[in-house]
Design a protein around this ligand. Structure first.
Ligand SMILES: Cc1cc2nc3c(=O)[nH]c(=O)nc-3n(C[C@H](O)[C@H](O)[C@H](O)COP(=O)(O)OP(=O)(O)OC[C@H]3O[C@@H](n4cnc5c(N)ncnc54)[C@H](O)[C@@H]3O)c2cc1C
Length: 416
């Protein structure tokens, strides 16, 4: 692909920085809707990808959006239906509180019979999205994809902004979508600060083979030091996330597999049944990072560039999908009425549409973590009551199910 060192007057509709799950999905959906698009990513396609044991809980609304990109057939055989969520308070049984559980029956029927969500391994999702993105790259497909190329700088202009890349190319565009992850260089170039919180904890993550059938239920046991979660995967395996004090998860991840299994089973066999490690193990520090603004002149931030949240309920990437679905609606609506989709009116609409939701979800996850990850004598009975109420009150349970699965009428069109 030749460098898009555009003719001085040529203006591209959209430049996307970052080809993670959010950037690639946005690229495919924008090109489908006729926006001239350039996707830029720093990844070196010849490099061996880093070990990634993450498995995403892609909720119903996000799964619909992914369907529009064309990846569903490419994910056959690697996904597992997510039929329900269960949360058990391991720190209190004062009220005999049952685990909160809601599932497919708490959601309105879906035309395609979709469950609450789908569990999708992160590495498989990226490979599938790279493939559909590759299929639309080139003169016929309409997308220009610059790999192994870094975003360097932005230069403001009235009718367009100029993006400067590491290969020396300069692209004029109406709109820049920053999808360049938690350490976003675009966000830094705009001088946007972040609110950061380090939980002082790390997550131990691995896949395990279970003996007890998981039935497609994601289960979380809230312990004073943090949750222990098993997320269903094919072949009765589970992706597990175990929150621990910083240092402990890192130490555990370095231990021989037999020792890890012994520790796991000693602590959690009563909750999950016997477990056997299946594949590599990793640990990662738990941090929250929220951008103080999610727009700049002709720039919008999406996905982890805008918000890195506590992965407690698997909402991080789902928030990113909501960002891009909202952006697509705004771009299309602006074009329909003859407006510039990168002008301040459009970017401000984007900020209005997304800022509240992303902040609320981030803070809600944070609040749950704080409320449950302790042995506080006052909080213990209160959370027992809250869990009982959530479990017993049908409308509340159904509202939670619809919120968690992004299955609500007010959501952007790609998620409905
Ligand atoms: C362990 C773990 C478990 C998680 N589990 C879940 C879950 O179950 N459900 C869920 O919804 N979310 C989950 N998340 C969150 C989820 O991983 C992120 O929200 C998601 O990966 C963010 O996607 P993204 O496309 O915004 O960014 P990224 O995936 O980080 O992609 C950023 C891209 O930008 C590129 N890039 C970076 N800098 C530049 C530059 N200067 N120039 C050009 N390109 C650049 C990178 O090469 C990369 O391709 C989890 C996160 C973690 C850490």
């Amino acid at each position: 692909m030749s460098k898009p060192n555009s003719a001085p007057n040529e203006i591209v509709d959209l430049v996307i920085i970052g080809a993670g799950p959010v950037g690639t999905s946005l690229a495919v959906l924008a090109v489908q809707r006729g926006f001239s698009t350039i996707l830029v990513d720093a990844r070196d396609p010849s490099a061996v990808p880093a070990t990634d044991t993450r498995t995403f809980a892609i909720v119903r609304g996000s799964w619909r959006l992914l369907g529009a990109t064309g990846v569903h057939p490419l994910l056959e055989g690697v996904t597992e239906p997510l039929n329900g969520l269960e949360a058990v308070d391991g720190g209190t049984h004062a009220f005999g509180a049952p685990g909160i559980i809601f599932g497919n029956d708490d959601l309105p029927a879906d035309d395609d019979g979709q469950p609450l969500g789908q569990m999708v391994p992160s590495a498989d999702l990226q490979v599938a999205l790279d493939k559909v993105t590759g299929q639309i790259t080139g003169t016929e497909g309409g997308l220009t994809w610059l790999k192994n190329t870094r975003f360097e700088a932005l230069e403001d202009g009235a009718a367009a902004t100029t993006v400067v890349l590491s290969d020396g190319s300069r692209i004029r565009t109406r709109l820049v979508a920053a999808c360049d992850g938690v350490n976003s260089s675009v966000r830094s170039a705009l001088g946007i600060n972040t609110d950061d919180h380090d939980y002082g904890k790390s997550v131990f993550a691995a896949n395990v083979k279970l003996e007890r059938p998981h039935g497609g239920i994601a289960r979380q046991l809230f312990m004073p030091e943090g949750p222990f979660a098993t997320l269903p995967m094919p072949d009765n395996r589970a992706n597990l996330a175990w929150y621990m004090k910083r240092g402990a998860a890192e130490t555990l991840a370095q231990m021989p597999v037999e020792d890890i299994e012994a520790e796991l089973n000693a602590r959690f066999e009563h909750f999950a049944g016997p477990m056997k490690i299946d594949g590599p193990v990793i640990s990662y520090p738990l941090k929250m990072r929220l951008a103080q603004k999610i727009i700049g002149p002709r720039v919008v931030l999406l996905g982890d560039a805008a918000h890195r949240i506590n992965p407690l309920a698997g909402q991080g990437l789902n928030l990113g999908f909501k960002d891009l679905a909202a952006l697509i609606d705004i771009m299309v609506e602006a074009r329909e009425v003859g407006l510039d989709h990168g002008a301040a009116a459009a970017t401000e609409r984007y900020q209005q549409a997304r800022r509240f939701d992303m902040t609320t979800v981030a803070l809600f996850m944070d609040a749950i973590d704080r409320a449950f990850s302790n042995d506080n004598a006052i909080l213990k009975p209160l959370r027992g009551l809250a869990m009982t109420a959530a479990n017993k009150i049908g409308p509340l349970r159904r509202a939670m199910a619809r919120q968690a699965s992004a299955d609500q009428a007010h959501l952007p069109s790609l998620m409905r």
